[in-house]
Design a protein around this ligand. Sequence first.
Ligand code: AQP
Length: 333
Amino acid sequence: KHRVFSGIQPSGGLTLGNYLGAIKRFVDMQDQGIETLYCVVDMHAITVWQDPEALRRQTRELAAGYLAAGLNPDRSILFNQSQVPEHAQLGWIFNCVARMGWMNRMTQWKDKAGKNAEKASLGLFAYPSLMAADILLYHATHVPVGEDQKQHVELTRDIAAKFNNDYDVAFFPLTEPVIEGAATRVMSLRDGSKKMSKSDPSDMSRINMTDDADTIAKKIRKAKTDPEPLPDTMKGLDDRPEARNLVRIYAALAEMTPDQVLADFGGQQFSAFKPALVDLAVDKLAPISTEMARLMQDPAEIDRILAGGAARARAIATPILERTYDIVGMVRG
Ligand code: AQP
């Protein structure tokens, strides 16, 4: 039986990378009729400093983004992590299963802590262990994520395997990452070697889900490219990361393969391709940002949906946590 879990941090506004790499695929999986749980991982967000008011707003905005993109709270379980305390409880147990060396090897830890690891929070170091708890608390079998999260899902498998081995049980599943589609790693519009990210200091590097049509048009017009026309197949873009990124974005938005896009645009200049990409992006993103703005006018309704989702999530999580405590040897009264 399939069960899907995934989450996004409310650590800023949503980007086109989050949409194409994650949310759009969350909706596809829901629509395939799979059991799906989608989380706003607020406890992950505070591994780096978050202003409390901003965190509250971003949590609701991310929930609004999920809903506006097509997640249906009757079909998917939508909730925020801190309302299901079992995540933290299982996370602690996994802190005692995972090894320091495993965490030390995580590229996200190395990127985010940088040379100043002494000053990073303990939570940032333990991030992948809490992420393993997020997933395994529901015995999730599949996790749709962007390319950058692959290593963390593999670590989740390592934690599950070590737990099962240490306690001689076949309890936690070995969860599969699901990384598919044309845009599993959307790159910065300013630098084709960097991931598009909500925390990039340059707003021109990313398209935000709340950008209006003029802003989207300006950012795509100014996106870095090269002077060559587009080739006929993706092979021709091997050494052209910025051009490759725009073709992949087009493909993901249009639900085509990148080679199909080049079958239409091969031989053409960016002066022809970019306006087509602007039209497509505005066409796909404007309805979502309009709906997000509408939903944000009623934060109490968003809070009600998150609380309802949390209650449903807890109903799945509680027996799994209780059984975990039992396996570990915790006395229950
Ligand atoms: N550029 C991207 N391309 C494809 N997928 C992406 N994701 C993020 N950026 C891209 C996917 O979005 C999901 C949620 O990510 P997250 O919020 O947990 O944190 P992140 O991966 O660290 O994303 P950001 O935008 O780069 O946030 P900051 O700047 O706060 O670190 C994940 O499935 C991720 O793969």
